[in-house]
Design a protein. Structure first.
Ligand code: SF4
Ligand code: SF4
Length: 185
């Protein structure tokens, strides 16, 4: 069984939002909601400013509070390590939304269930990559199987320093951020 993860090379993101548009189209995301977003974060004091392009989405956490708090079992881990939502079991109580430290969930107001990034589970089952990865023109989003030592994500994480968001909260995120894509061997 694979163990899916995503590596995001922030140095390759040009902020074009193609990933955001592709995700919305692929997953029929309502106009007011997002499964992924790209933030332009400016830090420092003028004239010494730095800009960080940061893609954010569900981290498919190993210790996911959204799973442990869900009263119906709608939010759950699959065997491939991803966190998914069984829409038929979801009662729309929003407990998962409150528990998530990353603010990546929302309620689909039309249908009443919680929703978020699924790593495009329907595409994975067809052997395709998530829509955001397939669309990323800069090659900033890299997706693969951490249990395969020869996968691109495994190789990158062995070779390049990386970080996860809010490591201190102990959720065990599976989205890894790097700032320099390594040269291909
Ligand atoms: S990022 Fe939030 S919604 Fe995604 S698995 Fe972690 S706690 Fe759950
Ligand atoms: S909104 Fe749905 S998925 Fe979230 S905790 Fe409630 S029942 Fe579970």
């Amino acid at each position: 069984m694979p163990r899916y993860a995503m590596v995001i090379d922030q140095s390759r993101c040009i902020g074009c939002m193609a990933c955001v548009v592709a995700c919305k189209r692929e997953n029929d995301v309502p106009p007011e909601n997002y499964r992924t977003r790209v933030l332009e974060i400016v830090q420092g004091t003028y004239p010494t400013l730095t800009t960080e392009m940061r893609s954010e989405l569900c981290n498919h956490c190993d210790n996911a509070p959204c799973v442990s708090i869900c009263p119906t079992g709608a939010s759950h881990h699959e065997e491939d390590g991803t966190v998914q939502i069984d829409r038929k079991k979801c009662v729309g109580c929003k407990a998962c939304i409150t528990s998530c430290p990353y603010n990546v969930r929302y309620i689909n107001e039309e249908h009443g269930y919680a929703d978020k990034c699924s790593f495009c589970q329907h595409r994975l089952r067809e052997g395709k990559k998530p829509a955001c990865v397939a669309t990323c023109v800069g090659g900033s989003r890299i997706f693969g199987d951490l249990d395969d030592p020869e996968s691109e994500v495994s190789k990158i994480l062995r070779r390049v320093g990386h970080r996860v968001l809010k490591k201190e909260v102990g959720t065990g995120p599976n989205i890894y951020y790097i700032n320099q894509y390594p040269k291909r061997a």
